[in-house]
Structures are given as C-alpha cells and as structure tokens.
Write a protein that binds this ligand. Structure first.
Ligand code: FMN
Ligand code: SF4
Ligand code: SF4
Length: 309
C-alpha cells in the first residue's frame, strides 16, 4: 500500500495509468481545469527502486504525462512532442543507465524546453556534465540539468536499512526544482575539477566503457537461492525481461543495466550477487538481508514501469 495519497497524488497516478495505456503525444497545449491554457509536458523516467518514479510524480502537475522509458522501448515509441519534455533517471557510476542512453540515441524529443533531474545517493561527481555532453553530442541539448540526492540503492557499499534512516532533505530539494521548472529556468548545475577527477578514478577502477556505462550480463552477476518461492516478481520488474520461470526454477540471462530492480524487489531476498574474487563487480554486498523500495512507490508501479512481457 502506498503511503499518504493526497488528491493531487491520486490525480497524478491516474495520469501515470493513462500513460501506461499509451496516450497520444501530439497536440500540444491542453485546457486546465480553470479554463486557462497550460503547457503540455511529458516526463520520462527510468526506475528500479522507485526513487525516480517518485520524483517524476512529484514534479508533475495532474495534466502532465509520465512515461516509463522501458515501456517506450517495448512499444518502439521514439518520437515525442510537447511544449516541455523532462527526464528523471538514476545515475550509475555518474552516468545514465545504458537503456536511457540507447533510448536517447534513437529518440526525437521535440520540445521548446528540455529538463533533466538526475537522482543519486552519495556521490554525483560530474554526472551533470556527462549528460550535458552526451545530449549535446546527439543534437538534443537540455536547458536545465539538476541532481537530487535520495536513498542510495547501491547494494555493494550501502546497507539499505541504514540508508533509509538518513534525512536527505528530499522535499526541500524537490520544491527547489519545481520552482526552477515553473520558471523554465535555464541552468546546468556546476561541476568541480575534483568531481571530474573522482569520476576518472572510478572509471579506471571499474574498467567500464564510458560509451556504454553499466552493461553487464545478468547470468554472471546474480544467483537465485533456494529461498525462491517462484512468485514471478523478478520476471515483471526487470526492464530487460531477463528473468524466466522454467521447470527447473527461475533463470536469468541477458544484457543487464545493473539497475537492481530484480535483487531489490524480490520479496524473498532470494536473489544475491554472484561473488567473484578479485573482480570489481564480484565483491558481494554489505547486508543481504536489507532491501529497498521507495516508500511512496508500490511494487505494482515498478512492474507497470518495467514489465517487458
Ligand atoms: C549500478 C548503480 C550505480 C550507482 N552509481 C551511483 C553513483 O555513482 N553515485 C551515487 O551517488 N549513486 C549511485 N547509485 C545510486 C542510485 O543512483 C540512486 O539510489 C537512485 O536514486 C536510484 O533510483 P531508482 O530508485 O529510481 O532506481 C547507483 C545505483 C546503481 C544501481
Ligand atoms: S522474485 Fe524472488 S522469490 Fe520471486 S520468483 Fe524471483 S527469485 Fe523467486
Ligand atoms: S537483471 Fe536485474 S539488474 Fe539486470 S537489468 Fe534486469 S532487473 Fe536490472
């Protein structure tokens, strides 16, 4: 059950459900309830544990349309048009998720104002500059790019139970961004030399390809334990559709964004990291008993956002 559903929240959710059922995205300005013309706004999001969906909802007015990138990929919808188009995504090693990057390379987002909100948990480094450079490179520059700190769902380094106790001042930061967007503010959050250096160090340590970011293979990263009860949640929350129920149990295989939707949302905590001695992505995790999903976002919403079947 999602907590604290206000009327505004309920209206936004209806917008989300309509969006999930594929709404037309042409025909720009719409009439608001008081009869004045309101700009047509679309907000795209990618989420594994709900932070970005929560923020997309918080930034949206009731008339706005929220669209999940994995659903757009599934439907093959790459052309969107509105007065304003925004995107909310989680940074992975300060970079956009691979699926977000690949979607953007094919997409035509026609809008007079484009904004991006990058959620992160602990260290943003030069994430803003990476998005700025990437989107300029594909000919779709963004007028506004801001980061927003939330619970860090990076299981290898953080205990989710401890993360959830930290006050990261999310409502205040959301209000700041809402205020900026209300004025169509043109602003790209500054980045320091130290942040650039930290990102370079991270790339050297991980050996990730800067053109791809996190793109691993799920069969080599995760293992399903005997605690699995065959509930099928993992098959619905993976944005790549990498999980399958077979006669010999749950199997995972495929290109993987390393988003952790599977491991975090498994109700049995039956998905664990495959440990590989000496490898950066084989170090295991801090607390295999602690899992996280944003308190405002239901499992059903994550399934609606990511299900590929
Ligand atoms: C693969 C991966 C890499 C991440 N890298 C970073 C990072 O470099 N810096 C950071 O502060 N948070 C990092 N995070 C944390 C997420 O960006 C953050 O928790 C985000 O809000 C999750 O959004 P979601 O709940 O919508 O999936 C990472 C998370 C994952 C799964
Ligand atoms: S979500 Fe967890 S318990 Fe459910 S089928 Fe997948 S691995 Fe098994
Ligand atoms: S296998 Fe897990 S980590 Fe990889 S893309 Fe699917 S849900 Fe995300």
């Amino acid at each position: 059950m999602e907590k604290g559903i206000s009327r505004r929240e309920a209206l936004k959710r209806m917008g989300f459900l309509v969006a999930g059922a594929t709404v037309a995205t042409t025909g720009l300005s719409t009439l608001s309830s008081c009869g004045s013309r309101k700009k047509k706004r679309i907000i795209l999001y990618f989420t594994a544990t709900g932070n970005c969906l929560h923020i997309a909802r918080e930034l949206a007015d009731p008339e706005d349309t929220l669209l999940s990138i994995p659903q757009l990929v599934k439907e093959g919808r790459y052309e969107l048009e509105a007065d304003e188009i925004g995107i909310v995504y989680p940074i992975y090693g300060h970079m956009p998720p691979n699926m977000v990057r690949e979607y953007m390379k094919k997409a035509k987002l026609k809008a007079g104002y484009r904004f991006a909100v990058l959620t992160y948990g602990n260290r943003k480094c030069n994430a803003v500059e990476i998005w700025d450079g990437f989107t300029r490179g594909i000919g779709m520059p963004f007028h506004y790019i801001s980061t927003l700190i939330m619970v860090d769902n990076w299981l290898p380094n953080f205990d989710m139970n401890e993360q959830m106790k930290i006050d990261k001042h999310i409502p205040e930061n959301v209000e700041r961004i809402r205020g900026d967007l209300a004025q169509d503010r043109h602003w790209v959050e500054p980045v320091s030399d130290l942040e650039r250096e930290q990102h370079a160090g991270f790339m050297q340590a991980t050996g990730l390809d800067p053109e791809k970011g996190f793109l691993l293979r799920s069969e080599s990263q995760f293992r399903v334990t005997e605690d699995c009860v065959g509930c099928g949640v993992c098959t619905s929350v993976c944005p790549r559709g990498n999980y399958e129920m077979t006669s010999s149990g749950v199997k995972t295989e495929g290109d993987c964004d390393y988003c952790f939707a599977c491991i975090q949302n498994c109700p049995q905590k039956a998905i664990l990291f495959a440990r590989k001695e000496g490898e950066f992505f084989g170090q295991g995790e801090v607390n295999p008993k602690a899992r996280y999903r944003n308190e405002h976002v239901s499992l059903a919403s994550i399934k609606l956002a990511n299900n590929q079947w």
